[in-house]
Design a protein around this ligand. Structure first.
Ligand code: ARG
Length: 565
């Protein structure tokens, strides 16, 4: 239950939206004034009244919602007091009853397709792929939790002339033992070598095209080689997906649409949308201020956009989606705008349900290059391993007695990387730093995991077990610190909903940081396990609710929370 929302709903100000009112509600600087307040200063201009007069007027017009105990107008503030004991009772009972693993919401019958990670065959899984994989994987869990039918799609980059070149390079210089041992790295080296050699010997380009034609025509031998490249790439990528706990429902990539573009092209033609431009076929988008969308090249070859049009149609027909999300870097803004516009021109009303969810770039502190062209890339698997190694060192120092250090280090190291990808708003470019990501004190995954482990240790020391019939003295949880924790716990589902609406896992990350900080303030001020049995019971219950909320929230961010660390 979001009390801010309840309060916002009860207030009417002419010319001010509910959202604005909601955003203005805060916690009073002096806690004896209540749990929430609405500062009225910024409405002065619109209403042409003094803040104090506005607060008075709002108070007189207000119908007090049952959840609010009282409202006061004090010096331009409208202050709301809640019944803190009732707040604690309702809030904590609800969370405690959910147990350690929160059940999904009942199905709402809506399907959300998520196109994410979408790796390219024979290309390394570099740190640039971290964001699409982490954001998409997290959104998948968020929608799944909220009762949607989430469909994860890995739209593999498995089509294009570059694969003909790779086959050519393989035939010339390929070494099976090497490829077996080094996997994608060996394939990349072949690709780099091809380009270097082709500069000296331009006929190689022709050979590359020839092999790609063989793949297109289904030549057994060539397709076998290409399939092996695919298999190798997916095997490597799978290891990363396993570490991040990510799964896909479909690996239908670009090549899957080879036989599904024809009807789309025919439809475009029939609807009079295809025009010719320098021999190529395009859809003119000048009325939307965009360059034309290329559908067929001069030689009749299809393009990335052609495949995305077929893919969108296929997803619509197959999944009848409520939303189809494309978690792809902002560099492809124009591409998706064009594709969605073409769908709209074709009269597909569902084009409006296709959403590009863009994100910024990742670089490493110290400016390490991430480019693929020259072959000097930072592999995500290396970044993960480095983080895990560093985590293990920190854990060894902090808690030498810990059993299972390696498993905990894996959770902490991988969690730190994923969290740094998910904790800032998507569109911001991100500079990654190991030290910052792994700090136990900053706004990091280890800090959240550590708080979770702290809760866990308090609970086991106190022999906590939830018994629904046990009487709890709720009035012992009415101090400021406990109330802050309870208020936050109450907001969990609303925050998850908002994260889904805005496609922003970072809202959950921010929320968990707030919750952990507020719990740690509570923990500094109040002893949980004391001689006072009633106080111990009440505070253990609060601690258990924080623990389970941290754990479930982290899992929506693909992060595991160890019991000890
Ligand atoms: N493989 C593409 C890339 O790495 C991303 C594909 C995104 N999905 C799509 N349907 N276009 O750039």
């Amino acid at each position: 239950m979001d009390y801010k929302k309840i309060i916002a709903e009860s207030i009417k100000i002419d010319g001010v939206s509910k959202e604005e009112i909601y955003a203005s509600i805060s916690v009073p600087p002096r806690r004896e004034n209540g749990e929430f307040c609405l500062p009225c200063f910024k409405f002065s201009k619109i209403l042409r009244m003094s803040p104090a007069a506005i607060a008075d007027k709002l108070k007189s017009e207000l119908v007090l919602p049952p959840e609010v105990q009282s409202v006061e107008s004090v010096a331009g503030y409208l202050n709301f007091k809640l019944d803190r004991a009732a707040l604690a009772e309702n809030g904590l009972r609800a969370v405690a009853e959910k147990g350690d693993v929160f059940n999904k919401k009942p199905s709402n019958g809506k399907t959300v397709c998520l196109d994410y990670s979408s790796v390219n065959i024979a290309k390394p899984f570099h740190i640039g792929h971290l964001l699409t994989t982490a954001i998409g994987g997290s959104l998948y869990r968020i929608f799944d939790y909220l009762g949607y039918n989430a469909v994860g799609i890995n739209h593999l980059g498995d089509w294009g002339t570059q694969f003909g070149k790779l086959v050519s390079a393989y035939k010339r210089w390929g070494n099976d033992a090497d490829i077996e041992k080094c996997g994608v790295t060996a394939l990349m080296e072949l690709y780099v070598k091809f380009h270097a050699e082709a500069e000296k010997e331009p006929s190689l380009e022709e050979e590359g095209r020839h092999y790609f034609k063989l793949i297109e025509d289904g030549d057994k031998e060539t397709v076998r080689i290409f399939d092996r490249f695919k298999e190798l790439t997916l095997k490597e990528v799978q290891k990363i997906y396993d570490r991040l706990g990510i799964t896909f429902d479909s690996y239908a990539g670009e090549s899957f649409y080879n036989d599904k573009m024809e009807p789309v092209i025919k439809e475009l033609e029939a609807k009079g949308l295809l025009t010719e431009s320098e021999g190529a076929k395009v859809v003119d988008l000048s009325d939307s201020g965009m360059p034309p969308c290329l559908i067929l090249k001069k030689d009749g070859a299809t393009l990335y956009a052609t495949r995305d049009l077929a893919a969108a149609q296929y997803r619509h027909d197959t999944y009848n989606f409520y939303k189809c999300l494309y978690v792809v870097a902002y560099q492809q803004n124009l591409h998706f705008k064009q594709v969605f516009k073409v769908l709209e021109k074709m009269g597909k009303t569902w084009a409006a349900d296709c959403v590009h969810v863009p994100f910024g770039m990742v670089s490493l502190e110290g400016g390490e290059a991430l480019s693929t062209r020259k072959g000097n890339v930072v592999f995500l698997k290396d970044v993960l391993s480095t983080a895990v190694e560093k985590a293990e060192k920190i854990i060894r120092e902090k808690n030498p007695e810990l059993i299972d250090k390696a498993a905990v280090a894996e959770m902490v190291g991988v969690g730190a990387i994923v969290f740094s990808a998910l904790s800032t708003s998507r569109i911001k470019d991100m500079v990654f730093s190991y030290d910052k990501a792994l700090s136990f004190e900053g706004e990091t995954a280890p800090y959240l995991q550590y708080t979770h482990a702290r809760c866990s240790s308090i609970l086991s020391k106190g022999g906590y077990k939830y018994v629904s019939s046990r009487k709890i003295s709720w009035d012992l949880l009415t101090d400021d610190e406990s109330t802050d924790v309870v208020t936050l716990l109450n907001r969990y589902d609303d925050v998850v909903c908002e994260a889904a609406e805005k496609y922003e896992p970072c809202l959950i990350a921010r929320y968990l940081l707030d919750l952990a900080q507020s719990f740690n303030r509570f923990y500094i001020e109040h002893r949980v396990i004391t001689e006072d049995k009633a106080a111990t019971d009440a505070r253990l219950l609060l601690t258990a609710c924080v623990k389970s909320t941290l754990k479930n929230g982290l899992s929506l961010l693909l992060i595991n929370a160890p019991e000890k660390m």
